[in-house]
Design a protein around this ligand. Structure first.
Ligand SMILES: Cc1cc2nc3c(=O)[nH]c(=O)nc-3n(C[C@H](O)[C@H](O)[C@H](O)COP(=O)(O)OP(=O)(O)OC[C@H]3O[C@@H](n4cnc5c(N)ncnc54)[C@H](O)[C@@H]3O)c2cc1C
Length: 382
């Protein structure tokens, strides 16, 4: 077995870490406080190649392996969950479905702009009455001549209502299958299409400087060729997209845990109480030892899942395990980090409370922790 990263992966870690420290760290607290999505920062992330990392150079991607992309998300999340969310959703949910399932024409039209970070694309699965139960979607698409007519709404869609948003991939019910189950198809819906409205959702507890949207479809007409892949492939496409997306949520958990742990270790070595650094108290050092051990476990689990994916082997179970473990790992690490900082940990200027808040989404987005346990249970034969 070889646990070493290759030279390219090492370089990506080094460069993205430098970028996160120099460009994101100085503004992260303020962007979070003012709940501002930064177009400037997103464009800079595009300039250094953080969008389309696993996409062919033919569409202006970087043509790297999935692990390289995951390392990049991890390094951004080590500094800021919101920017990591923009990157993770931009790649796994925005670019991914178009790249894997789109026609050549769709790819040529959309991917270069998305891969250069000049535009963002949403992934519209969740609805007000269909979250974990994505099969309960109510948004419909009806064929009328050469056009599909969409009606319905989506909620909590990342990257879909900011200055850079160009549109969204939207799952809709297009009919009923023989067994009486709904037929799902995905559509490419561009901003500016009459009847399509994207409204930014504010007042979030976490990921406050990432963009979240409600989408409304009121007799939205799109040409027949806006189907992603084939009619009826929608549900399969969404499940495949979520498998890859779970790896990026795991990377956010791992990176966030690393950031919280490093801040806590640094503080524990500086903060003096009872005449010595608090890191010398076993109650504190054991918390840090647990964090270090769990981060090591999480990294091994996540990188193995990426390795399986890069080898084109099944990775669904491992993706669910990595997503579940790394999300919950960050919860424990961020909790310890705030505790070790004492009262200062509750102050925004110290930065660790942001890890604590940003973590909570990881237990919920792209399949809740309960849903991951259902996926794993099925894989082990329960
Ligand atoms: C900031 C943010 C960004 C997001 N970005 C996107 C995006 O880009 N695209 C997108 O499509 N969606 C997105 N989502 C939606 C997200 O994926 C859903 O919130 C998530 O899947 C859970 O759905 P829900 O919120 O409707 O909760 P529900 O499904 O209503 O779940 C509520 C509770 O019930 C539990 N539960 C439900 N079913 C079961 C079961 N069978 N067994 C045990 N427990 C169960 C859940 O685990 C949870 O604890 C985003 C959400 C947020 C908050």
């Amino acid at each position: 077995m070889d646990f070493d990263l290759n030279k390219e992966q090492e370089m990506i870690r080094k460069e993205v870490r430098k970028f996160a420290q120099n460009e994101i760290a100085p503004v992260a607290i303020d962007l979070d406080e003012t709940e501002s999505f930064s177009v400037e920062l997103t464009k800079k992330m595009g300039e250094i190649g953080l969008f389309g990392m696993f996409v062919s150079e033919m569409y202006d991607g970087q043509e790297l392996d999935y692990l390289s992309y995951i390392i990049a998300v991890e390094e951004i999340a080590r500094v800021d969950g919101s920017q990591a969310a923009t990157i993770a959703a931009g790649n796994s949910l925005g670019i991914g479905p178009i790249y894997y399932f789109g026609s050549d024409k769709q790819k040529k039209k959309l991917l270069p702009k998305l891969c250069r970070g000049e535009g963002l694309w949403g992934f519209g699965l969740t609805e007000p009455t269909a979250g974990s139960d994505a099969g309960g979607s109510k948004t419909t698409a009806v064929l009328d001549g050469n056009e599909w007519v969409l009606n319905g709404s989506k909620i909590f869609i990342t990257n879909a209502a900011c200055e850079l948003s160009l549109g969204a991939t939207v799952q809709a019910v297009t009919g009923t299958l023989e067994q009486g189950k709904p037929e799902y198809t995905c559509f490419i819906v561009e901003h500016g299409t009459p009847g399509f409205k994207a409204v930014e959702m504010k007042k979030k507890m976490m990921w406050r400087s990432s963009n979240t949207a409600e989408l409304y479809f009121d007799d939205v007409r799109v040409p027949k060729e806006n189907i992603l892949g084939n009619r009826g492939d929608g549900f399969h496409q969404m499940l495949k997209t979520l498998d890859g997306g779970r790896l990026s949520i795991a990377a956010m958990g791992l990176g966030g845990a690393q950031g919280a742990y490093e801040a806590a270790l640094k503080y524990a070595k500086q903060r003096q109480q009872f005449g010595q650094p608090i890191s010398k108290f076993q109650a504190v050092s054991f918390k840090l030892a647990d964090c270090a051990m769990e981060i090591e476990c999480g990294r091994n689990l996540l990188y193995k899942a990426c390795w399986l994916r890069d080898c084109k082997r099944p990775f669904e179970k491992e993706a669910a395990m990595a997503k579940l473990y790394c999300s919950e790992l960050m919860g424990r690490a961020a909790n310890h980090a705030v505790q070790i900082h004492g009262g200062y940990g509750l102050m925004k200027d110290y930065g660790v409370e942001r890890f604590y808040r940003d973590q909570k989404l990881l237990d919920i987005g792209e399949g809740t922790s309960e849903v991951q346990r259902i996926v794993i249970s099925r894989h082990i034969g329960c």
